[in-house]
Design a protein around this ligand. Structure first.
Ligand SMILES: *[C@@H]1O[C@H](CO)[C@@H](O)[C@H](O)[C@H]1NC(C)=O
Ligand SMILES: *[C@@H]1O[C@H](CO)[C@@H](O)[C@H](O)[C@H]1NC(C)=O
Length: 298
């Protein structure tokens, strides 16, 4: 008897509190192969912290091998369209969800919001961990590694990133942002320049992005993978050179209203967080205090 009353009680409490808001995860490039962690344990961690939560870890393709390969070689535009369809057709997400993007998964999720925000269920909080919102200029660990092929790749990218075949072939070329060649970047970047409304302004992007309750950007203070680190907070090099950094508020994207970020800032929708450590390295404790409690449990 007592057992049934308890079960009933738990049911009533659950009903009163409502089910936790589902969470969608998009991993970074080479996850499951080269990054310090892959998303399996992270999903388990979330499920432990938020009992009953539905977590969808996006897989682009039919197998883990395909998923990893796509992280390098499937055009982000196709990946974004694929994810839009996945999110629209998942019945567990129909009442809305939160999303966490790891590394390049961060800017890809932002693209999903901007391009399909009017089709997918409402996305409440978008959290990007070490995302490259203004692209990158430099290769992971190249400074530290001093590896021959690394230098060769950088050389290749400096010259070839904006060739159409490269844009169609290597995912990372689509957010290569050469500050010495802003015009070329704007014209040729097959993904990022479009998502950042660099050439023309797509008002749907602005409207959809503004539907977010919060756009949380997490920067890793000691990141050696992403150059410049400021891109994780939507900053970048001052155009025309590759040393001096400008933050979001000093950029054309902000000042010329290309994405409506000034309005979002005034609405307190933009959140800038930082944590010590290298790319995607954070403690569970930090994550619970700064992300789970304020953004995933409400
Ligand atoms: C603006 O973005 C929407 C959503 O992705 C798209 O349907 C539309 O074609 C775009 N408009 C222009 C002018 O590119
Ligand atoms: C990490 O970055 C912070 C902030 O820039 C800096 O104060 C600290 O010395 C760095 N730590 C290491 C180990 O590089």
């Amino acid at each position: 008897m007592v057992k049934y009353i308890l079960i009933l009680l738990v049911g009533v409490i659950k009903l009163a509190l409502g089910d936790p808001i589902p969470i969608v995860l998009w991993h970074g490039m080479g996850d499951a192969c080269c990054l310090p962690f892959s998303l399996g344990p992270f999903k388990t961690f979330l499920e432990k912290e938020i009992p009953g939560v539905y977590v969808l870890s996006l897989k682009i393709g039919n197998s883990i091998a395909e998923d990893i390969e796509h992280g390098y070689f499937m055009s982000p535009n196709k990946q974004v369209a694929y994810v839009c369809r996945t999110l629209t057709s998942d019945p567990n997400l129909k009442n809305g969800f939160n999303a966490i993007g790891f590394s390049q998964g961060g800017q890809f999720l932002r693209a999903v919001v901007q391009r399909c925000g009017h089709k997918i269920p409402p996305l409440k909080n978008l959290i990007t961990l070490g995302g490259q919102h203004q692209g990158v200029y430099g290769l992971p660990n190249c400074g530290a590694l001093k590896h021959k092929s690394c230098d060769y790749l950088r050389y290749l990218l400096n010259y070839a990133a904006y060739y159409d075949w490269m844009q169609n072939w290597l995912v990372q070329a689509t957010y290569w942002h050469d500050p010495l060649n802003e015009d070329l970047y704007k014209k040729k970047s097959a993904f990022l320049a479009d998502i950042n409304n660099e050439l023309s302004v797509n008002k749907t992007y602005i409207r959809n992005l503004n539907k977010l309750e919060h756009f949380v950007m997490v920067k890793f203070d000691n990141d050696t993978i992403v150059q410049p680190g400021a891109t994780e907070w939507f900053g970048f090099y001052v155009p025309g050179q590759a040393k001096k950094i400008q933050n979001l508020e000093q950029s054309d994207i902000f000042l010329k209203g290309r994405l409506g970020l000034r309005k979002m800032k005034m609405q307190s929708k933009l959140v800038f967080l930082s944590t010590p450590g290298n790319h995607l390295q954070f403690s569970e404790e930090w994550f619970i205090t700064n992300i789970v409690k304020p953004y995933l449990l409400t």
